[in-house]
Design a protein. Structure first.
Length: 401
């Protein structure tokens, strides 16, 4: 992505109508719930691409985080403190993200919490800077490089590494008797993670794996798909952001390739209404369980709160996963702060490392959230995922209703 030549003048955007921007009246991020004035808000800064090539990510991030703020405030806030949030537009660029954070901190007290970006490349730039400032940061990006509690003690992610989801895929592949596997992905963080992850989960399985990567700026990936086809795999695992996933499937259709394709969790969020039904034949995706349609009568109270809060701010034009992954960080922090009985970032971090599972947890993406002194990425199991047919979204759900 091109680096912007200048910052836009208006970088601060209110997170939602009626939510005041974090300002000098905020309590210090080092304060505790027992000593902070009850009138002071719990301040949150949300970094997101509200403009630029990733503006669509900014739109659903804002909608989901607003819904999360509203849900927490409906429960009485965090230790009685109303949550007040501010969005900073990083234009999808990590360098810009650091710049807008620096500008914010130059004129505001430290916030109690920061959400450092809607996509992994943003977080790779903003999260280390926030760590240097001693600010509690809870992300949705599962970056192994940031999972270093001794170096980044105040950084956590409610998302997880891809071991469980890829184990789900490998189990599916073996159950269908396939032995030759192709992988196609973008040559970026997503490609790095699926290449490394698949190497780990296929070790000792007897599966033969060939991988082809393409530039994330590609407009046509037909040459790469043809290259992968030459290896004669019986099944292909693909993973990329939504638009690139559609390029892969269009290229597959154009060359008349019909072997099964299984999308990873990134591909699972693609808007499959943008391509023909013929291109989706024999295509499956790995989705977070929250994306799989469940009849309303079988949904949990936490899911209903989440789904209602998000829909009250606009239609779900993307997968429920995209909204849930931005909704959950504040929910997890609210529980940790209550368990710590403090707004002090160090005490909240300690509570996160020893998080006790509530009877009715307010988060929705995973069944459990939990960390330790050596692991600040959430952990998941294969039960948190499902493999379903790739279908156009229906009210945020994949796999048909």
């Amino acid at each position: 992505m091109r680096r912007p030549t200048r910052l836009k003048a208006a970088m601060l955007l209110a997170l939602a109508p009626g939510l005041a921007l974090a300002a000098c009246s905020s309590g210090s991020s080092g304060s505790s719930g027992s000593s902070t004035s009850a009138n002071s808000p719990f301040t949150v800064v949300v970094v997101a691409p509200m403009s630029g090539q990733l503006a669509a990510y900014g739109a659903f991030t804002k909608q989901a985080y607003t819904a999360s703020v509203n849900a927490v405030n409906a429960r009485g806030g965090i230790l009685g403190h109303k949550v007040v949030a501010t969005v900073l537009d990083d234009q999808g660029n990590p360098t810009t993200g650091v710049s807008v954070l620096q500008a914010y901190l130059s004129s505001h007290p430290k916030p109690d919490l920061v959400y450092p970006g809607a996509a992994s490349p943003e977080v790779q730039g903003t999260a280390p800077y926030l760590a240097s400032q001693g600010i509690l940061t809870v992300s949705a990006a599962a970056l192994p490089s940031m999972d270093n509690p001794s170096k980044y003690p105040l950084y956590f992610s409610t998302n997880t590494h891809n071991t469980a989801s890829l184990t789900k895929i490998v189990s599916y592949i073996k159950a269908h008797g396939y032995t030759r596997v192709g992988i196609i992905s973008s040559d970026d963080t997503i490609g790095d993670q699926i290449t490394t992850g698949m190497a780990t989960v296929t070790k000792g399985t007897g599966l033969t794996v060939n991988t082809v990567l393409f530039p994330p700026t590609a407009l046509d990936v037909t040459p790469e798909v043809e290259k992968l086809k030459a290896f004669n795999p019986q099944v292909v695992v693909m993973d990329a952001v939504g638009p690139l996933t559609l390029l892969i499937l269009n290229a597959r259709q154009n060359i008349g390739w019909t072997v099964p394709f299984i999308g990873g969790v990134n591909s699972g969020g693609a808007d499959f209404s943008q391509i023909s039904s013929a291109a989706l034949k024999n295509v499956f995706v790995t989705v977070y369980a929250i994306q799989k349609y469940v009849p309303p009568a079988q949904r949990t109270a936490a899911f209903n709160t989440f789904y209602t809060a998000v829909k009250s701010l606009g239609p779900l034009v993307y997968s429920t996963f995209y909204y849930a992954v931005d909704y959950d960080p504040l929910q997890v922090v609210s529980v940790a702060a209550e368990q710590a009985n403090s707004l002090d970032p160090q005490k909240i971090a300690a509570a996160l490392q020893n998080l006790k599972q509530p009877t009715n947890p307010p988060w929705v993406l995973f069944q459990h959230e939990g960390y330790s002194s050596t692991n600040h990425l959430n952990t998941s199991t294969t039960a948190d995922y499902a493999i379903v047919p790739a279908t156009p979204l229906d009210q945020g759900f994949t796999g048909g209703t």
